[in-house]
Structures are given as C-alpha cells and as structure tokens.
Design a protein. Structure first.
Length: 350
C-alpha cells in the first residue's frame, strides 16, 4: 500500500452531542446492570442481529422482509433471488464474526478487504471486485430518488485515503475519543472514500460495529444502528449529502450518528427494563421465564404501544381463539392488561 496521507477528523462538540453522549452512557449502564436470564439475552441478541442484517441490506435495495431474513437466520429456505439471500447471509455472518476483521485491536488494509469480501461474496457482477479496492470512477446516488448525492475521490486516492483512515483508527488520537464518536467517524469516512465498487454502505456500517466491539462498547451486542438508518432512508441520504457539502467538518454527521445511537440504545434499554422486571416477580413466585412468543409480543407492545388479538393472528397465522388464549395467559401472569371490550380490546403492559 502507498504511504498514507495524514487523517485527522475535524468536528465540534455541540450541546446536542454532549447531551446525547450522556443519554447513551446512562442507557448503557442500565443495560449492563439489568438482571436478565440467559435465554432472554440470547433472544435479544438474535433479534438485533436479524434486524441489523435486514436493515443494512434493505438500505441498499435488498427486497427481503424482516420475517424472511429471520427465516434465513434460522437456516430455513425462502423464495427469493440467490443474490438477495446471499447479501443477507453474508451480513449475518459478518456480524456474528465481527472480531475476525482485526488483529491486536487494529484493522489493517487486509482486514478491511476481508470484511468487504465476506459482505459481498457471490453478490457482485464481477467476482474480482469482491474484497478489492475499486479501480474505476463511481458516484453515490440516492436509490429512491436516483439523485447523484456525491462523487467520491478519484481512483488514485482510494488506497492512500483508506490507509489514512485505518492508520488514524489505530492512533492514540482515535483511542482518546469516545468509542461512539470514533465509530461515527469511521462510518462516514469510509462512505466518503467509497473504496469499493459496491457494498460500501454495508462495509462502513460493519466497520462502525467493529470499532464499538474493539473498544468494548457493543453492550452485549444488544443494539444496532442499521435499523435507525433504514427507518428514514431519505434522512440518511439527506444528512450524507449535507455532510459532503461541509466536509471536512464532521459535526453535522456526528450529531445525526449520535442521535441514532441514542434512539437505538434507548429502545433496547426499555426492552431490557421490561424483561428484567420479570426477575422480581419470579423471586416472589409469581412469574416464570417468558416463552419466545411472549417476548415477541412484549416487543410488539413496546414498539406499537399495544397489541390486539388480530395482530397475533397475522404474526403467527393462528386463529382468533388461539390468540385470545395466548393473551389471556399473559394477563393471568400479570404481564399485560386489557383495555376496551370485544374485538376492539387492546392489551398494554402492566
């Protein structure tokens, strides 16, 4: 690799950023100290892994639904194009083995190429482009509006700038920053350089995940940012476009990145609080460990505010009677309570 130019990010700590970092730290402490039985930890971790794989590939046009991604994660077959399935399975593999893309706490160019190869394996038109720096000019476009958002650096700058980013990640300057700030910088800078023909977004998000894992801030791997980006793709592209306009000042991007971490981690915190609240009830003899279905129902209520029997019918393909029995059981366990009457009845957390 050519000698890398120096890279030193430019940004300003704003009041919003400081406030979000404080909220992130508080949520992290709640999650780390929550009392969760191992079964629930495994369930949350798997759920977040599936959501990350679905969201990160969906941002870049993958058509598989969350349910289809979940089935693939379970080793089941889905009716879909080979490439669509490969993209999801590749990303699942990368997230499950994220620490393999670094050695002694550093990410080398070889590690980065391996990361990209595993993300794009059997998905690119030209197999030679999998795990290789680009040798052609590319442009970044909004897949929804088809608008050209950004023109990345020329080919001759790709290898030097990628090396500069990796060198900075291994530096004392980088390690002196809050892990979330460092991850956000790594994410944006790799997208900006756009070192690959395709798969840059997924590789950048995976690199950010790797940075958090390296610096022991992945919080049991309970949360993912990908879902936040996918929830409002126009906003994701809008912020990237605005950041490109003001670069090298990364403040705009980091404010957005921290917002995503705060929201994503906050959702996990609330979910963990709900599930860990079962432990005191268990100690009193009033609660047993929740089933997988019950945890998903609680997650649905957390996301939507309430659940109805019709929701369970659609989620699990069961009859209204079976859905009613499931909800009645949870009412009896003092997990949820009904509001309203008849088919309009909805259930909320106790």
């Amino acid at each position: 690799m050519k000698e890398s130019p120096a890279f030193s990010p430019v940004f300003t700590y704003t009041h919003a950023m400081v406030g979000r970092l404080a909220a992130i730290a508080a949520a992290r402490e709640v999650i780390l100290h929550a009392r969760l039985v191992p079964k629930w930890e495994i369930s949350i971790r798997r759920e977040q892994l599936v959501r990350a794989a679905h969201a990160s590939t969906a941002i870049e046009g993958n058509p598989l639904s969350l349910e289809e991604v979940s089935r693939l994660a379970d080793g089941r077959e889905v009716m879909a194009a080979r490439r669509a399935k490969a993209e999801v399975l590749n990303y699942l593999f990368v997230l499950e083995h994220i620490d393999r893309y670094q050695h002694s706490g550093a990410v080398s160019p070889k590690d980065l190429l391996l990361l990209h190869r595993d993300i794009t394996r059997d998905t690119l038109d030209d197999p030679a482009a999998e795990g290789a720096f680009r040798k052609v000019k590319v442009v970044v476009g909004n897949r929804i509006t088809k608008e050209v958002v950004y023109t990345p650096p020329p080919v001759k700058e790709v290898v030097p700038q990628a090396g500069a980013l990796l060198g900075w990640l291994a530096s004392d300057e980088s390690r002196g920053l809050h892990p979330v700030i460092a991850a956000g910088i790594a994410h944006y800078e790799l997208v900006r350089i756009h070192p690959f023909v395709d798969g840059n977004g997924r590789t950048a998000r995976a690199l950010a995940t790797l940075v958090l894992s390296q610096r022991e801030f992945d919080i049991k791997r309970f949360f993912t940012l990908d879902d936040f980006y996918d929830s409002d793709r126009p906003a994701y592209y809008r912020v990237l476009k605005e950041e490109n306009r003001v670069y090298p000042d990364l403040t705009v991007w980091l404010e957005y990145f921290l917002e995503g971490v705060e929201i994503s981690l906050g959702r996990v915190k609330e979910r963990v609080i709900l599930l860990s609240s079962d432990e005191p009830r268990k100690e009193k003899g009033g609660q047993v460990a929740l089933s997988e279905r019950q945890m998903k129902i609680i997650g649905f209520i957390h996301a939507n505010g309430s659940v109805k029997s019709g929701d369970l019918m659609r989620m699990y393909g069961i009859s209204r009677q079976a859905a009613g029995k499931e909800l009645a059981l949870m009412v009896g366990q003092n997990l949820i309570r009904p509001e309203g009457k008849g088919r309009a009845t909805r259930y909320v957390m106790v």
